[in-house]
Write a protein that binds this ligand. Structure first.
Ligand code: NAP
Length: 341
């Protein structure tokens, strides 16, 4: 039976999730509702036309409060308070929480109280969620009793698989990462007030903007044996999609750039196939737009200094790769017994 899905927050990730579902042609997941504070006309328009991923690959219409995707009706709601959503009446199995406005268990439970059986956050969320899943790494943490889940972040999904491979083979001592991230909708086009972060008041088009990141906390949670051994920076750059992870890692055993590349290439062809990519071609960020993998190692940039200090560059489509990881988690949830209402 198809899992009945509601998307809460239909911005970049919400839109990519719906479109990725259509492109994956997976009949086990059915989007039956979208809750977004904007109006149906705008929602229809932004589904049909997408500057980053191109025109929607199918028909997009609207009628009687519904978005019609290839004729399939999706109820569109506009409700800011989760407990007022009609999840019980719509028999929702899973809410994909993509609004970015909520990340705590208390909010998730408002969706559950409204009748949804499970909720999956599109961000790391607080530590009291039932599971934080990085696909390909800790899938078995997803059990039937899990009701509030997180698909981690695009950066965690890029980084943790690489760290796992390197740690197993070479033993990680410690590391520093810099995420070079495309602009996001929490930045203004030109300078404007922002509620939390002074640097987010600055034009996204004109500067490289450092912003806070919780990536080190994500590593602590997912790889507790490496807890407190990583420091992470994050800068936003004036591109609209695709990001890069710059890693500097100290390992316990001597190695070479060739050996590191071989390890990661092998993983990309075996246990992490479809999730970790590997390229030796001279590529630029735009070449990874619409790439569904969690990260792609750019082997041309791998360096090793003194045998134990590694430098790597890994590309990832922060929107499309992550939207696909959310669907991976949703698909696996469908293989577990249905959660009680
Ligand atoms: N973009 C990425 O690359 C990326 C990658 C991985 C994870 N994420 C995470 O995914 C989340 C969403 O990011 P995004 O880039 O998709 O942001 P976005 O483009 O700003 O989309 C969020 C959408 O949710 C709507 N919204 C806000 N509060 C709502 C509420 N109470 N109920 C229903 N809808 C609500 C917003 O509407 P208004 O604009 O009207 O407020 C907006 O359309 C964030 O937590 C982000 O960290 C993003």
């Amino acid at each position: 039976m198809a899992q009945r899905i509601a998307i809460n927050g239909y911005g970049r990730i919400g839109q990519c999730v719906l479109r990725a579902l259509i492109e994956r042609n997976d009949p086990s997941l059915e989007v039956v509702a979208i809750n977004e504070l904007s109006g149906l006309d705008t929602i229809t328009y932004l589904t049909r036309y997408d500057t980053t991923h191109g025109r929607f690959p199918g028909s997009v219409e609207s009628r009687d409060g519904h978005l019609l995707i290839n004729g399939h009706p999706i109820r569109v709601l506009s409700e800011a308070e989760p407990d007022r959503l009609p999840w019980k009446a719509l028999d929702i199995d899973l809410v994909l929480e993509c609004s970015g406005s909520f990340k705590d268990r208390a909010t998730a439970e408002r969706h559950l109280a409204a009748g949804a059986r499970r909720l999956l956050f599109s961000q790391p969320a607080e530590s009291d969620v039932d599971a934080t899943i990085v696909t390909g790494i800790n899938d078995s943490d997803l059990t039937a009793s899990a009701r509030v889940i997180s698909a981690a972040s695009c950066t965690t999904n890029c980084l943790v698989p690489i760290l796992t491979i390197l740690d197993e083979a070479l033993g990680i001592e410690h590391g520093v990462t810099t995420t070079i991230h495309s602009a996001m909708n929490d930045q203004p086009v030109i300078d404007a007030y922002h509620q939390t972060d002074l640097r987010l008041t600055r034009s996204a088009m004109q500067s490289i903007v450092p912003v806070d990141t919780g990536l080190a906390r994500g590593i602590n949670r997912l790889m507790p044996h490496l807890a407190e051994r990583f420091e992470c920076l994050h800068v936003r750059v004036p591109t609209i999609n695709v990001s890069a992870m710059d890693l500097s890692i100290c390992v316990q055993r001597d190695t070479s750039a060739q050996a590191v590349n071989r390890l990661l290439q092998e993983a990309s062809n075996s246990r992490l196939a479809g999730l970790l990519g590997y390229t030796e071609e001279p590529m630029a960020s735009i070449d990874f737009n619409h790439d569904p993998r969690s990260g792609i190692v750019d082997a041309t940039q791998t360096r090793v200094a003194g045998g134990r200090l590694l430098k790597l560059l890994c590309w990832f489509d922060n929107e499309w790769g992550f939207a696909n990881r959310m669907l991976d988690v949703a698909t696996r949830l469908n293989q577990l017994p249905r959660a009680l209402p």
